[in-house]
Design a protein around this ligand. Structure first.
Ligand SMILES: [Fe+2]
Length: 257
């Protein structure tokens, strides 16, 4: 079977209805993410810990392993606001094992906005202009963490410099490793600059990456329903979120290596 490179098509196949949850690993590996639908009212809730335990060992952050993602009054950390989270790969700053799978369970969903955004690396490579890919193969991006105490800092405390296109030794495929950021957001988790580029050139290049990642054939926006679980393969997709001003939203996240 030829793998689809259209994210809307991929997203349709990534849904795992109740009764098919035993297929979730297969779908996850094939599509880069999977949406586990909860059963009927009265059925036992999907157990995020049990799902993720099948995939690896929990990754520890500065706060521990499990995180309640919900707005916190006055937070200076974008994660805990209602703002949009730009697309990124997890694990750029965190010392310790690389995040392989990210699991999230929805406790409360906003009525509008707050979608989890998932972009396929394979679709990005298929649809990005050739000159952009060539430029990306020749650069590294420096990331500066702005949120102390959230990640586990590397002992050498340097700023990670990361190639945006990498050959993945685990999957044998080419991988996009990126941390987009909004320089105008005072709660942003980090800054990103292309090494050797001026600020203006950096912004332009990161903007071109963003534009491709946000094409509908590359990006899927998932509207949450309480009880759903999404598992993403951090090596096959990048993720972010849409803003949800003035609304509640709570996801519980557990990532494994
Ligand atoms: Fe993330």
């Amino acid at each position: 079977m030829i793998k689809s490179l259209d994210m809307q098509d991929i997203a349709r196949h990534a849904v795992c209805p109740p009764g098919q949850h035993h297929l979730f690993r297969e779908k996850l590996d094939e599509h880069g993410f999977v949406v586990l639908q909860p059963g009927e009212a009265g059925d036992p809730a999907l157990d995020l810990d049990a799902v993720m335990a099948q995939l690896g060992e929990p990754v520890a952050y500065g706060f521990g392993t499990k995180l309640a993602l919900q707005p916190q009054e006055g937070s200076g950390n974008l994660q805990f606001t209602t703002r949009a989270m730009p697309l990124h790969t997890d694990g750029l700053f965190n010392a310790g094992p690389q995040v392989r799978y990210i699991g999230m369970r929805c406790v409360a969903a906003p009525l509008t906005g707050g979608q989890t955004l998932i972009a396929s690396n394979a679709a990005f490579f298929a649809h990005a202009p050739a000159d952009l890919l060539e430029i990306l193969r020749g650069v590294t991006i420096e990331y500066r963490n702005r949120i102390p105490g959230y990640y586990r800092d590397h002992p050498e405390a340097g700023h990670p410099q990361v190639a945006p296109i990498q050959d993945d030794p685990v999957t044998g495929t080419t991988r996009l490793v990126i941390g987009l950021t909004d320089p105008d957001d005072p709660t942003r988790t980090h800054d990103a600059t292309v090494v050797g580029h001026t600020a203006k050139e950096s912004t332009a290049l990161l903007g071109r990456i963003r534009a491709v990642l946000h094409q509908p054939r590359v990006l899927y926006a998932h509207t949450w329903r309480p009880g759903q679980v999404i598992v993403q393969d951090n090596r096959q997709v990048v993720h972010g979120r849409a803003a949800f001003p003035g609304q509640p939203r709570k996801l519980v996240r557990l990532s494994v290596a």
